[in-house]
Structures are given as C-alpha cells and as structure tokens.
Write a protein that binds this ligand. Structure first.
Ligand SMILES: NC(=O)c1ccc[n+]([C@@H]2O[C@H](COP(=O)([O-])OP(=O)(O)OC[C@H]3O[C@@H](n4cnc5c(N)ncnc54)[C@H](O)[C@@H]3O)[C@@H](O)[C@H]2O)c1
Ligand SMILES: O=c1ccn([C@@H]2O[C@H](COP(=O)(O)OP(=O)(O)O[C@H]3O[C@H](CO)[C@@H](O)[C@H](O)[C@H]3O)[C@@H](O)[C@H]2O)c(=O)[nH]1
Length: 465
C-alpha cells in the first residue's frame, strides 16, 4: 500500500489529504502536526476548521485510510510521498532528512518563494545518508470556504519536477494519485520553478483584479458614473465621466467579468503594453480619482461625524464567507479604526469565536504600517468589544451596522426588526455589497454600500465629498 504523509494539518493539509484519502481508498494517508490541540480536534466531532462539506469527507475516511497524528517522525519515516504544507518549509525539510531511512518523494504544497524547492533539495541531499529524495512542487489553488468543491473539481492541478528521468518518474507517481479523480488533461506538469512561480503569479493576478475593482468602486461612488450606458468595459474605461445618477459596481463588475479575456486569454506578456488606449485611460482614471479627492479610508469612520461612545454592530469578522479564518481579515483594520475613534463594538460572526476576535484585535502585527488611529489600542479599548452569537443581539441599540463579511445569512435577516431596535438615525455600512440597499432605505436606514451611489444623507458630508 502506498503511504502518504502530510506535514501540517491546517487549512490546506487537512482538506487536501481528506480528499486524497476519499478518492484513493488504496492509499494510506497520515496528516501530522506538532499542535496537539489541532490533531485532537481533527480526531473529534468538532474539526479545527470550518469548510462546507469537510465533515462528511473526514467522517467517511477517518480511521480507515485517513489518520491524524502528532507522531510526526514515525509517519514521515514510513511514507513514500511526503507533502509539506506548513509555513516553515525549511525546518520541515531538515526534519525529513533527519528521520528518513528510505527513498521518498517530497512534495512542496505550501506557497513558497520561487526556488524554495531548490533549497529543500539542498537540505535533503546534504543530509541524506545515501537516501534519494525527489522534490516536487505541487502548489494548491483551493480557496477557503470552497475548499472541498475546489479539491473535487480543480481547474487544474500543477506538478513541477526536475527534468531528469528520476524527476519525471516522481511527477508521474504524483500524477497517478490525482488522476483518480482529476481528468489527465487538467493535470499540468512543468519544471520546478514554473510551478512555484505560477502559484505566485496567479495570486498576484487575482489580487490585482480585486484591487482594480475596489479602486473602481470608489470612483463610481464619488462620480456617479453611469455604467449601464456603456457597451463594454473598455469603453467604460475610456468614457467614465463625472455624471450624477448611477447604477454602479455590480453592473460594471458583471460587464468586466464577462469578458473572456479575463479567463485564460489576455495573459501574454510583452515588452510593455502599447497602443493608444491603455496608458491614456489609466492616466485618465488616476486623474479622475485625484480630482475627486477620493479619501484613503473611504469606509466607516468618515461616515459619522463621530463614533465616540456609539455602539457599532459588526456583522462578520472572517476574511470571507464560509470560513472561520481571520488571518489578514479586513475586519481587523476596520474594527481597530473604529475602536481608535472610541466606538463600542458588538461583533457577530457565525464561525469566529470571541477568543479569536479578542486576540486579533489586541495583536501588534504590522502596527508600524498603520496610521496612528489604526495602531493597537490599550487593553481598556479592547474591552469596548463585545461578541454576540446572534445578529439581532449584536444590533440591539446600535447606532450603526457594519457588514464586513458576505455571509449569506446576513442577506436574510429581518432588517425591519433590526431597525426598530436600533438608535436613530440608523446606519448600515455594507462593506461587501451584498444588501438590497433600496429596500434598506425604504425601511429607514441610511445606507453606505461599497461602489453604490451615496445615500442622499451622506453626500453632503465633508469627509466624503
Ligand atoms: N489557506 C489557504 O487557503 C491556502 C491555499 C493554498 C495554499 N496555501 C499555502 O499552504 C501553506 C499552509 O497554509 P495553511 O493555511 O494550511 O496554514 P495553517 O497555519 O492552517 O497550517 C499549518 C499547520 O502546520 C503546522 N506545522 C508548522 N510547522 C510544523 C512542523 N515542523 N511539523 C508539523 N507541523 C507543523 C502548524 O501547527 C499548523 O497546524 C502556506 O504556505 C499557504 O500559503 C494556503
Ligand atoms: O471578487 C472578489 C473575490 C475575493 N475577494 C476577497 O479577496 C480575498 C481572498 O479571497 P479568495 O481568493 O476567494 O480566498 P483565499 O482562500 O485567500 O484564496 C486565494 O488564495 C489561496 C492561497 O494562495 C489560493 O489557493 C486561491 O486560489 C486564491 O483564490 C478575500 O478577502 C475575499 O473577500 C474580493 O474582495 N472580491
């Protein structure tokens, strides 16, 4: 029986190995971690991470061909293929070299700087005691919240290896694992560096697209651009003008998103882009942004004259829906900004615990990068935070609601009931653009929604103009 061991039982290691175990019943999969509580949770009914569909997959295989363990050395030693899915790749490589007594394929699953595989290879071969290691790069493209769906139906699986007979053989061995459920033409094989770089490049492209969308939303809010009158998104970029009245970001995002060049096309590199449009139009956009004096932090604090001692209900704390993960969540910055302005926060997220929220709001990470009002506050200020397990409780007596994660359940709350129990005027800041803002306005809310026309009430406020 082929044995796989995965070092790291986190958001990637856990779900990925559970799916491999499900799809390959003849392979024994051990997921190991140095964190005892994490492994205990994987072996319990309360898994350490929330992912739709994960419980079912784990239940089907755990104890049969899927095992979670803290016996790191033992499982690494016994494995034919070792996946590394931690943020500390180098120390994992040293450990593999230390404990191994037989040849192994070592698969770099983590997202790493390009040429990390080479570093791992050096560590392994210099400590190999005659054992042969083949290093593969197999970056993971799953997104949190849809991990199981992404793993069942990946757009592609990428495997990079050394271009030597042994390297090709190792690539083939890993390919055969995925081929149990992924069509062969979707398993792309490359050299090591291409695989590593492709992962970073993909994320850079996604991030760039979101940044563009975000910047465009700000511009739509400020200008009132009428995107419905524009035929295609390039035309829109050319003609975007300062007009009142609008139907904004949802429509233009759709217009842009349906351009097939944003899929697999339009990704050829060249010396530089040329022609008469791109540079001019981008400069045009920069100019319009500058003319409109778009504020850096256009969200939340600027909407009230003051939030001092006001209760703000924060709905959603995770970095996106369907996950409990809060790493780098924008909610941390928004909440710290509000706390810096002396607001009282009442936070509700269906999957994030009070402990996690308090930890996130008191940590010092990146403090040097933040403007003063976003810097970590004293413990007294963190006491200004309460965590509810119910959206109605969180919003009771609040002056405003900030929607910071796009959880589906937030769309279906009884907003009339919420409005009746809030202070007036009652504000909603929809940071995810998920709400029907017209309906909320009919109820009586003053609404700020990312990328949508400003509420008449907000237009005259100096901070936004
Ligand atoms: N989270 C995602 O959606 C995602 C998607 C694709 C790729 N990645 C990449 O995958 C890697 C892992 O990410 P993650 O989100 O699963 O991280 P994570 O923090 O959830 O999990 C890492 C786990 O590794 C364990 N660990 C660390 N050092 C160890 C060691 N020496 N031995 C045994 N266990 C050890 C930690 O205790 C932790 O449980 C990262 O490089 C990340 O960039 C993440
Ligand atoms: O149209 C969008 C899509 C995403 N986001 C935000 O972007 C962030 C990242 O979202 P997403 O990419 O869906 O989740 P991740 O789990 O971070 O997944 C990304 O990062 C992973 C780790 O590298 C990769 O494996 C995935 O392919 C890549 O999508 C989140 O804050 C989202 O709310 C937007 O604001 N607008």
């Amino acid at each position: 029986m082929v044995k796989i061991c995965c070092i790291g039982a986190g958001y990637v290691g856990g779900p990925t190995m559970a799916v491999i175990a499900l799809k390959c019943p003849h392979i024994e999969v051990a997921v190991v971690d140095i964190s005892v509580p994490r492994i205990n949770a994987w072996n319990s009914d309360q898994l350490p991470i929330y992912e739709p569909g994960l419980d079912e997959v784990v239940k089907q295989c755990r104890g049969k061909n899927l095992f979670f363990s803290t016996e790191v050395d033992k499982h690494v030693r016994e494995a034919d293929i070792v996946f590394v899915s931690v943020n500390t790749t180098e120390s994992a490589a040293r450990m593999i070299a230390d404990v191994s007594v037989s040849d192994k394929i070592v698969v770099e699953k983590s997202t790493v700087p390009v040429k990390t595989a080479e570093a791992i290879e050096k560590i392994l071969t210099h400590n190999s005691k005659g054992i042969k290691f083949q290093i593969l790069s197999n970056p993971e493209f799953l997104a949190e919240g849809t991990a199981i769906k992404d793993l069942f139906n990946p757009d592609r699986v990428l495997i990079g290896g050394r271009e030597t007979p042994e390297g090709f053989k190792a690539v083939q061995t890993l390919k055969e694992v995925y081929a149990h459920w992924v069509p062969e033409d979707q398993i792309i094989t490359t050299n090591l560096w291409s695989a590593e770089l492709s992962k970073l490049a993909a994320n850079a492209f996604f991030a760039q697209r979101i940044s563009s969308v975000n910047a465009m939303s700000a511009l739509c809010e400020a200008t009132g651009a009428d995107v419905t009158q524009v035929g295609s998104h390039l035309l829109m970029l050319c003609r975007l003008c300062v007009k009142p009245l609008a139907q904004m970001s949802r429509k233009w995002a759709y217009a842009v998103g349906t351009d097939s060049r944003l899929g697999s096309k339009f990704l050829n590199s060249s010396v530089e882009f040329g022609g008469s449009c791109f540079q001019k139009d981008i400069l045009n956009l920069v100019y319009i942004c500058e003319c409109n004096g778009l504020p850096e932090n256009r969200f939340v604090s600027s909407m009230f004259n003051t939030v001092s001692n006001k209760k703000i209900a924060v709905l959603g704390f995770a970095f996106k829906k369907d996950t409990g993960d809060t790493r780098e969540t924008p909610a941390i910055d928004v909440c710290k900004g509000l706390l810096g302005d002396r607001a009282r926060l009442s936070i509700y997220d269906p999957q994030v615990t009070e402990d996690q929220i308090q930890r996130d709001l008191s940590m010092n990470k990146f403090e040097w990068e933040h403007p003063l009002h976003l810097q970590p506050m004293s413990p007294t200020t963190v006491k200004q935070v309460s965590v509810s397990w119910d959206a109605y409780e969180a919003t009771k007596d609040a002056h405003g609601i900030c929607i910071l994660t796009e959880w589906d359940e937030f769309k279906n709350l009884d907003y009339k009931r919420i409005f009746d129990n809030m202070q007036k005027p009652a504000f909603v800041f929809d940071g995810r653009n998920i709400m029907d803002f017209e309906k909320l306005r009919e109820i009586g809310f003053i609404v700020y929604s990312i990328g949508e026309p400003l509420d008449a009430w907000l237009k005259d406020m100096p901070a936004v103009a």
